[in-house]
Design a protein around this ligand. Structure first.
Ligand code: SAM
Length: 245
């Protein structure tokens, strides 16, 4: 079976292995590529997520699929010395870059770094005030299982925030965006990281990800309430938020 872009679709049972290869391969250049690919706009998307997180001093926060720790770093500042921030990711290469970066920025001492799969989180029930998964859910093999696992470890009253590529709201915009991800991203990947394939995979995973309303109902099925989303950059990215009551 081929995908929208005409590539072989990765069978589900091979997906986790493929995702591991991609992030092992891009880890060292991930931050640079993020800035280039999004023209720096990912910083704004993350800032909105941070504002909507409601995280305050003393809170316990989990940044799952946290990669190189952009959001983690900001949460450390917010929770203060009595709070707790966990940076978790399935990929050791990404976590290593994240840990080194947090240490360089002076935030290393306040972060727990945990290698973990979002589908089976190694934390007790009702632990966190806030969980974020930024540009991570689309890489997870069993999204429903991951949403259920995140909901389980949230405290009652806690929030889950999902920041992810989504479906552009205007068809013309969608076509431009498709062209960008299909032509520009792999080319950038090949120029900067010498790895067109990984960036082709990333473009493909964006294309296949559930749209805004589908993700909203998946979050509701996982047991979250008052689920709402905000489109950013014309729906290129959406921020979903749900409460565990
Ligand atoms: N959150 C960071 C950011 O916004 O810059 C990193 C996002 S990066 C595109 C996606 C991350 O998801 C990678 O670090 C990858 O290893 C991680 N990931 C993929 N599948 C995962 C899973 N099942 N559980 C936890 N992390 C996963």
């Amino acid at each position: 079976k081929t995908t929208h872009f005409g590539y072989q679709e990765v069978p589900l049972e091979e997906k986790a292995g493929r995702v591991a290869e991609v992030f092992d391969s891009v880890a060292a250049r991930y931050d640079l590529m993020n800035d280039l690919m999004s023209l720096g706009i990912h910083r704004l998307w993350k800032r909105v997520a941070l504002e909507r997180s409601g995280v305050r001093r003393g809170h316990q926060v989990l940044d799952i699929a946290g990669g190189t720790g952009d959001l983690t770093e900001q949460f450390v500042r917010r929770v203060g010395p009595k709070g707790r921030v966990v940076l978790a990711d399935i990929n050791a290469s990404m976590l290593k870059v994240g840990r080194d970066r947090l240490i360089d920025k002076g935030a290393g001492a306040h972060v727990e770094v945990v290698q973990a799969n979002a589908e089976a989180l190694p934390f007790p029930d009702n632990t966190f005030d806030c969980i974020t998964i930024a540009f991570g859910l689309r890489n997870v093999t069993d999204k429903a299982r991951a949403l259920a696992s995140m909901t389980r470890v949230l405290k009652p009253g806690g929030r889950l925030l999902v920041l992810e590529f989504s479906k552009p709201t205007h068809p013309v915009f969608e076509r431009i965006y498709d062209q960008y991800s299909f032509h520009v991203l792999p080319r950038l990947g090949s120029l900067i990281a010498n790895d067109a394939d990984s960036y082709r995979y990333l473009a493909e995973s964006i294309r296949m990800h559930p749209d805004q309303d589908t993700l909203k109902s998946m979050m509701e099925t996982a047991g979250l309430e008052r689920v709402e989303y905000t489109n950013m950059t014309g729906g290129v990215v959406a921020l979903h938020r749900g409460l565990k009551l």
